[in-house]
Design a protein around this ligand. Structure first.
Ligand code: NDP
Length: 283
């Protein structure tokens, strides 16, 4: 019998890298689908990023993820960008096509895919808390998916303004900034409420968003980008008020599903990946 000892390589470049759980979920999918592929978690210091990208190309990697602090810096080392990655200005997934490395951003795409299982964003009114990398990715993809209005609520004016200008200038949505300098009530005509800040992320699980929870209405879908722990204070409060909720595991799993589809061409079973993460976080 012919043997093949050459696995196809993928992985992640980040610093720090040790706490990134993506490897567990991606390798669970590779195993489940009988793929002789590997996902290697690599700690790459910023001054070595270019060498690491060239190394991945030299070794024939099929692609890789980039996480903090490389999502913007990696762009200068790539050959092309996908549409939303170009608008967002950040890349989390690199895909090899022939000899070229193409930069994509699956953070927001994963979020929208998870959201579509609960609500179609087309024509919907969104309030998003935060204006950092996650908020940029999520709001650009929601805008490209047809969200009609997006209110960005952010503590610092400059970052908030930059995101609102980007949405108004590069997408068809109507965006506005609301400064977050006290408790914010969610307007009654809002369809989708999203926490895209780092509030609630382990170990600061008791940190809470300064919002008027009683302004959440049962018609609203409330989503949280925090995946550790997945059942955040915001989601528990929203559920108690009758809202449909979406946790950060959905975003994380779906961005992985989309990344693996880019690399392998295969639609992997999202439930296998979600279970691998749930096992880690005991959710
Ligand atoms: P950034 O550092 O780029 O942005 C953080 C955002 O949170 C900023 O808007 C910041 O506001 C806001 N913020 C932080 N602390 C507070 C506070 N105490 N009060 C009000 N606002 C606050 O981070 P990212 O956007 O990259 O990541 C945000 C979160 O999204 C992370 O915790 C990460 O876990 C999650 N994420 C989840 C993913 C998933 O797949 N589930 C994927 C990517 C990210 P300001 O501008 O005023 O500083």
């Amino acid at each position: 019998m012919e043997k093949n000892f050459l696995s196809t390589l993928t992985g992640s470049f980040a610093m720090p890298a040790a706490e990134n759980p993506t490897v567990a979920m991606v390798e669970a999918a590779y195993r489940h689908h009988g793929l002789d592929w590997r996902y290697i978690n690599c700690e790459v210091a910023p001054h070595f990023l270019g060498d690491a990208v060239r190394g991945a190309k030299a070794m024939g990697w099929a692609g890789f993820n980039c996480s903090i602090p490389h999502k913007v810096a990696v762009i200068e080392h790539l050959d092309e960008l996908g549409q939303s990655a170009e608008i967002i200005g950040a890349v989390n997934t690199i895909v090899r096509r022939g000899d070229a490395f193409i930069g994509e951003n699956t953070d927001g795409k994963g979020f929208v895919q998870a959201m579509r299982e609960v609500i179609d964003p087309r024509g919907k009114s969104v309030m998003i808390f935060g204006a950092g990398g996650a908020a940029r990715a999520v709001s650009v993809e929601l805008a490209l998916a047809g969200a009609s209005a997006i209110t960005v609520v952010n503590r610092s004016r400059d970052t908030g303004r930059t995101l609102v200008d980007l949405l108004n200038g590069r997408t068809g949505t109507s965006a506005e900034l609301r400064l977050w300098n006290g408790s914010v009530a969610v307007p009654r005509d809002t369809d989708i409420v999203i926490n895209a800040t780092s509030i609630g992320l382990y170990p600061n699980v008791d940190q809470r968003l300064d919002i008027d929870l009683d302004s959440l209405h049962p018609d609203m879908v409330v989503a949280d980008g925090i995946h550790n722990p997945p059942r955040t204070h915001l989601l528990r409060s929203a559920e108690a008020r009758g809202c449909r909720v979406l946790d950060g595991l959905g975003m994380l799993v779906n961005q992985g599903v989309i990344g693996i589809k880019y690399w392998t061409g295969i639609d992997v079973d999202a439930s296998v990946m979600r279970q691998a993460l749930k096992n880690l976080f005991q959710a």
